[in-house]
Ligand binder design. Structure first.
Ligand code: AN7
Length: 360
């Protein structure tokens, strides 16, 4: 049955640079669930109302599809035959998917050996030409910038402004569901496109009179890959959250602007804090995300321990609302899940043994 949802371009075209002539390439992305996390809120003190925006339920399992439906539709409209990106995995999966749908060629540069298995599988299956660069993501992005400047290939990293236009629709959906803006918007920061896009979305919704207030933007980098927090390029970023293993974010300045204009902050969380939040989301809320996505929740837990959320005046009798963006699905990185979870107990195929193993 068709529930009527036709994807983010159709839903929000009045806010997007599209016309009746734009050939829309869509897999009905967006309209992802906003889930109230009562168990998690309770577990960390009960002083917050936490909502989870489960972007892992987009067609390729990450938020990148919001931007890619726009980038690929516009590339097609402009007559482009090929697209290219550098990626820590999710952008490549999404680009390969939407390029396939649009019958365009797709070239992807990934850091060799550094992207999660599910993302590699997707990118290969959708038929992209995949080049594993002997370097990190930042090296790969530099190469893509040079090549797309010289050859007739459209860049579909978030430097492509249509990507951010598409991604800002996440903010619209949140406000539509909550009936206004949340007090805080928590989000992982890698190349810093998404925090930039969400802030743009909130501001445009306020401008249009759809909401009255704006959230404080609170972004989180992995401690070993925290250039914005440290105030310097990280030459050799390190973190188990491979999606955000980025040392020189393309939208660095815009992320700082989102932080400063909103009165928010950009902080870092350790891999241990990320893993802790990753497990809590799965076991307390039934929401399986990839490690990078858990950085938003890890950050909220860290700040709450420091009393951050009580420092700000709350004008009415309600708990502060926080939306955490859960950017990618847990199945993207099965290796990490297997590494951190309790392993199965091996039992003989005998009733007594199985019952004993259950604990009866
Ligand atoms: C799950 O795919 O950069 O700060 O090349 O996959 O907008 O970069 C992925 C980034 C957060 C960070 N969570 O978002 C890529 C890539 C997940 C991600 C981020 C990414 P940005």
């Amino acid at each position: 049955m068709d529930n009527g949802w036709q994807g983010i371009i159709e839903a929000y075209k009045e806010f997007l640079p599209v016309s009746a002539q734009t050939p829309i390439v869509s897999l009905k992305e967006g309209n992802t669930p906003l889930i109230e996390a009562k168990n998690l809120s309770q577990a960390i003190g009960g002083n917050l109302q936490i909502w989870l925006k489960y972007e892992g339920l987009n067609p390729t399992g990450s938020f990148k599809d919001r931007g890619m439906t726009m980038a690929i539709s516009k590339a097609l409209e402009e007559g482009s035959k090929a697209v290219m990106c550098a990626s820590t995995g999710n952008t490549s999966a999404s680009a390969a998917c939407y390029a396939a749908k649009a019958k365009m060629d797709c070239v992807v540069l990934i850091p060799e050996g550094a992207i999660a298995l599910g993302k590699l599988a997707q990118t290969l299956m959708h038929g992209a030409k995949v080049l594993a660069v002997q370097g990190n993501f930042d090296d790969a992005l530099n190469l893509v910038r040079e090549i797309t400047a010289k050859y007739p290939i459209t860049l579909v990293n978030s430097l492509n402004p249509y990507r951010l236009e598409g991604q800002k629709t996440g903010a619209f959906e949140i406000c539509d569901v909550l009936g206004g803006s949340p007090d805080y918007h928590a989000i992982p920061v890698g190349n810093a496109g998404n925090i930039t896009a969400y802030w743009k979305g909130y501001k445009e919704y306020k401008q249009a009179g759809k909401i009255n207030t704006l959230p404080r933007m609170i972004g989180f980098q992995a401690a070993g890959a925290a250039p914005i927090v440290e105030g310097k390029i990280i030459e050799n970023p390190q973190t188990i959250a491979t999606a955000i293993k980025i040392g020189n974010p393309a939208s660095w300045k815009q992320a700082e602007a989102a932080r400063d204009e909103s009165g928010g902050l950009i902080d870092k969380v350790t891999d241990d804090e990320i893993i802790e939040a990753y497990k809590m989301l799965a076991s307390l809320e039934g929401v399986f995300v990839e490690p990078a996505s858990a950085a938003s929740v890890a950050g909220v837990i860290k700040l709450n321990k420091q009393g951050y959320f009580t420092r700000l005046p709350i004008t009415d009798y309600r708990l502060p609302t926080i939306v955490c963006i859960l950017t990618g699905h847990g199945l993207k990185d099965p290796d990490r899940a297997i590494k951190v979870a309790t392993q199965p107990t091996i039992v003989p195929a005998k009733l007594k043994k199985v019952v004993a193993a259950i604990g009866y």
